[in-house]
Design a protein around this ligand. Structure first.
Ligand code: PGA
Length: 234
């Protein structure tokens, strides 16, 4: 079984989510499907699809206008939340330590955090990919967790760009992440690959060892694009 997670980013509507849920209802697959949607769509009926948010406040409650807490997300029935997405690191300045705080609050409220790590193009060109990935995992994952977290390796330069690393590069990154998690006592934690996943490359990417599923942005918005990814692997 693989995990196929969609990230709608700031797209869609409640109607679009209802249509997607209906379209997914008839898909024959044992894979776990998660849709991470904007806050306004949380709480919708979602059938067999698990729902997640895309970010969470690093604070528990109080005077943080515009922010949404982990407890509030859990209150909608959502089960997952993405933390440390490249766009939150880039536009909101989320550092590994903020990401870790967010992941801790998610866990404390019964949500599974999908913790994103990955290198920028500058870091890649400077030969720092492996170091960034390893420190991302070590510094963003809360201490004292069991395996109720998901890691997503998303090379930041490849997101939304139609670019993907080579299979060898993905394998190298995922092997390092699996080893790091194992060193941290978290062997068995699922690790997803994300960035420019589509129907035509999903099966190949998910055949790489230590790739337990995918995190899909653009291609998760329409069922014609998303369903082939879900059904590309058993
Ligand atoms: P993409 O986005 O599939 O559109 O590249 C992935 C993500 O940002 O999670």
């Amino acid at each position: 079984m693989k995990i196929i997670a969609g990230n709608w980013k700031m797209n869609g509507s409640r109607d679009a989510l209802e249509t997607m849920v209906q379209d997914l209802a008839s898909v024959k697959s044992d894979n776990k499907v998660i849709l991470c949607v904007p806050f306004t769509m949380l709480g919708a009926k979602s059938g067999r699809v698990a729902i997640g948010a895309q970010d969470v406040s690093a604070h528990t409650h109080g005077a943080y206008t515009g922010e949404v807490s982990a407890k509030m997300i859990a209150d909608t029935g959502a089960k997952y939340v993405i933390v440390g997405h490249s766009e939150c690191r880039q536009y909101h300045g989320d550092t590994n330590s903020v990401v870790r705080q967010k992941a801790e609050l998610a866990l404390a409220n019964g949500l599974t955090p999908i913790i994103c790590v990955g290198e920028t193009m500058d870091e890649k060109q400077a030969g720092k990919t492996m170091a960034v990935i390893e420190s991302g995992v070590r510094e963003s994952v809360p201490a004292d967790v069991n395996t109720d977290i998901i890691i997503a390796y998303e090379p930041r330069w490849a997101i939304g760009a139609g670019l993907t690393p080579t299979s060898a590069e993905i394998a190298e990154a995922h092997t390092l992440i699996a080893k790091t998690l194992s060193d941290m006592g978290l062997a068995g934690t699922p690790v997803l690959y994300g960035a420019s996943v589509k129907g035509s490359n999903a099966a190949e990417i998910m055949s790489i060892s230590n790739v337990d599923g995918v995190l899909v942005g653009g291609a998760s918005l329409k069922s014609d694009d998303f369903i082939p990814i879900i059904t590309s692997v058993k």
